[in-house]
Design a protein around this ligand. Sequence first.
Ligand code: GDP
Ligand code: GDP
Length: 438
Amino acid sequence: MSKPIVAIVGRPNVGKSTLFNALAGEKISIVKDYPGVTRDRIYADVTWLNYQFTMIDTGGIEPESKDLMLKHMRAQAEIAIETADVILFITDVRQGVVDSDFKVADMLRKSGKPVILVVNKVDSFEKFMPDVYEFYNLGIGDPVPVSGASRLGMGDMLDEVAKHFPESATEEEEDERPRVAIVGKPNVGKSSIINRLVGEERVIVSDIAGTTRDAIDTAITWQDKEYVFIDTAGLRRKSKIKEELERYSIIRTVTAVERADVVIVVIDASEGVTEQDAKIAGIAHERGKGVIIAVNKWDAIEKNDKTIYEHTKRIREILSYMPYAEIVFISAKTGQRVNKIFDIMDVVIQNHALRVATGVLNEILMEAVAMQQPPSDKGKRLKLYYITQVAIKPPTFVIFVNDKQLMHYSYTRYIENKIREAFGFSGTSLKFIIRERK
Ligand code: GDP
Ligand code: GDP
């Protein structure tokens, strides 16, 4: 099930980071060593009581001047409007309502997206409540007073947020069409690929109407089958500010991947696979999606009979955490092998939703254990009792053992390989949950 996306928007120093950290706790995904946004946490998975959502912070960089501030605020709001289910607009009770707050509030109101107006730094309700009422002037509903620093009002704020979450059985999940996200660094050719895919020979059914977010998805028919390409409008968005472009690229990736079944990670053949590609691919991996690596601009490089092998080897090295990913070499410019993406996608989608019968799984488990003795520690040997598949998308298995501590990562890997030998599961990660049974 795709999790709702909550975006934080607000001026510098209103307390966005503090609030983000208060909500995210330990589970912050820091995109390290990322030029321009090194210190930033851009997104985090939040679990708060019964709520689960992905939180994104749209405002990472501090604009250099007052003039740039409004531009920066607009860019933040646009990203939030485009990607989020619910927007948290953060203001500061100590600074009061300022001019740019009005401008941003106008933008958010016009978007029709659910917006929660949060007034931060209300460290004492008694002292600051009179100042909170001023925020009604923004015309975007009741201000919710909080203090990120002392974690006051968090529950009430989240209750307001959750009111706007889609019901658990959303239309999106009833929709049987495969959902595809095309992701990758700026300029690797994502828009060119989508343009190629919607080329004359295929029928674009429509820009799908419905919820606001669906309006930017595109349905493409290929050999009588429909595929929904997520956030195709986002592919065309370009920003002139480098830091903003990179931040936006990550936000777009997280939000599109969240809604996808299968993710096409585009790499530029003329540059080769980079660390930044690895970070983007890592988002698809960590979210358990089907993954296809499309090496684009294949027309632009000199090739001999070893080129494919060399590229594959390098990709396997850099993306070592996803040996299961399918790789395809394409050119959006000439159209070479672009159609092959559909065939690979069908395989990946099937594997992502594949269920294996418990009986067969246990045969594999027993055979694997017989072939390679499980590890032991201090005279106690690991025993594997039983395996069963409990979920799909991604296929998720529970293994019952005598002692969890003894189940080393490498032995889980070994079992995974045995399952892959039998069923392939190419293009999808597999998830293993280890449980103890006394
Ligand atoms: P950001 O620029 O919006 O991410 O803001 P920060 O989270 O970095 O916070 C800016 C400043 O406000 C820091 O000095 C924080 O300590 C302070 N701050 C954040 N939240 C609160 C709060 O709830 N109460 C008070 N009094 N200060 C806060
Ligand atoms: P995006 O930022 O990932 O959406 O990338 P674009 O689709 O805008 O492409 C960036 C640049 O790469 C443009 O100048 C494209 O013309 C060029 N480009 C895209 N695909 C190919 C390709 O297959 N071969 C070559 N030679 N250039 C390409």
